[in-house]
Design a protein around this ligand. Structure first.
Ligand code: AN7
Length: 359
């Protein structure tokens, strides 16, 4: 049979796919799990709900190898660490970075040290770090404290820091913007994205700008960044000492990339806005039950934010909402927040079951 062009099985991973746009050379040992190349999925129900002539898409980055966009940055950070002869990496994490760092470090034959806020990492993410074989330290303190510690540790000891202060992380993550333009044929009008440490919004902006300068896009999107209300330092323009939100991935009070994110907002004529935990959960359920897409709570902030900005959406616009992580990352949240009809303790007997089902 002839090979069909529509099959994605030959996707080479994002470094291979976008090599000429990335700081890699022939000497770089590429550590890849074939990340990137994730689908852009049209959101029909949400477009209808908005009630205007708009095309809304989800960039479903929860389909990356470890279930989040962090793989995009980690393939770059770990490949470069390997090139530099490093034998161990360290990160602070609300969960997804630790899963990605552990997977790629192990694939690159390195040790992975991860610092996490004790009790605030979703089960799926913790399970991943454990099984990939990371060396985990759960601290009494939040993500921001953990990040201060790993920054210091990487200066004192021979360990490479793979949080988004590592510039290779953003280089890898910018490829998501390239993929969107390659898929749509141009940049969208809006990009809706959750913000935690604000690395991803900064990376997307870098990608959009680079493609625009190279005339691969005729316009630049407005960068619409969203945070959880209890954890919204970029919206409130101040450090939050005790951030709180159900979206533990973005429970971050002092984003290291704040200056870059603010620049992206200003240059793109974008805006930052906060969404409450209730709005996040509403969007999370809507996406799953109406569109069939299961993302984690932090990711649903991009949909919650879009819905909150509904009045301002221009007619005929194209909007991309980034779904940064897979819903399976946080099963506890799913089990606690749904409207499913769940009959339990039922005899395995068709007659009884049919009655329950209303037949
Ligand atoms: C699903 O894993 O910071 O604004 O340590 O896991 O680039 O920080 C995760 C962040 C959005 C925010 N969505 O991205 C970590 C971590 C999900 C995330 C964000 C995160 P940034």
């Amino acid at each position: 049979m002839n090979q069909t062009e529509n099959i994605n099985a030959n996707w080479p991973g994002l470094i291979e796919a976008y090599k000429s746009w990335l700081p890699v050379s022939e000497k770089t040992p590429i550590v890849s799990l074939k990340e990137g190349g994730t689908p852009l999925i049209k959101l029909h129900s949400i477009s209808t709900l908005i009630g205007k002539d708009v095309s809304i898409y989800a960039k479903y980055d929860g389909l990356n190898p470890t279930g989040s966009f962090k793989d995009r940055g980690m393939t770059m950070a770990i490949s470069k660490a390997k090139e530099e002869g490093c034998e161990a990496v360290i990160c602070a994490s609300t969960g997804n970075t630790s899963a990605a760092a552990a997977a790629y470090a192990k694939r690159g034959k390195m040790r992975a040290f991860v610092l996490i806020p004790d009790g605030y990492v979703a089960q799926g993410k913790l399970a991943q770090a454990l099984v990939y074989g990371a060396e985990i330290v759960a601290i009494k303190g939040n993500f921001d404290r953990a990040l201060e510690i790993v920054q210091e540790a990487s200066k004192k000891y021979p360990i490479t820091l793979v949080n988004s202060v590592n510039p290779y992380r953003l280089e890898g993550q910018k490829t998501a913007a390239f993929e969107i333009i390659d898929c749509l044929g141009d940049a969208p009008d809006w990009l809706c994205i959750p913000m935690g440490n604000a690395g991803n919004i900064s990376a997307y902006w870098m990608g959009f700008e680079q493609y625009y300068v190279a005339q691969k896009a005729t316009k630049l999107p407005r960068m619409m960044g969203f945070q959880a209300s209890g954890s919204a330092p970029l919206v409130l323009n101040k450090t939050i000492n005790n951030p709180e939100t159900i979206a533990t991935a973005i429970r971050i009070g002092n984003p290291v990339n704040k200056e870059k994110a603010i620049q992206a907002r200003i240059k793109s004529k974008g805006t930052f806005l906060d969404v409450t935990d209730e709005e996040i959960i509403e969007a999370y359920k809507l996406l799953a039950s109406e569109e069939g897409i299961f993302c984690e709570p932090a990711s649903a902030a991009s949909i919650a934010g879009l819905l909150k900005r509904k009045q301002e959406i221009p007619n005929n616009s194209v909007i991309v909402c980034v779904l940064t992580g897979n819903g399976l990352k946080d099963p506890d949240c799913a089990i606690k927040n749904n409207e499913a009809i769940f009959h339990s303790n039922i005899e395995g007997n068709l007659k009884e079951i049919a009655t329950i089902l209303g037949f």
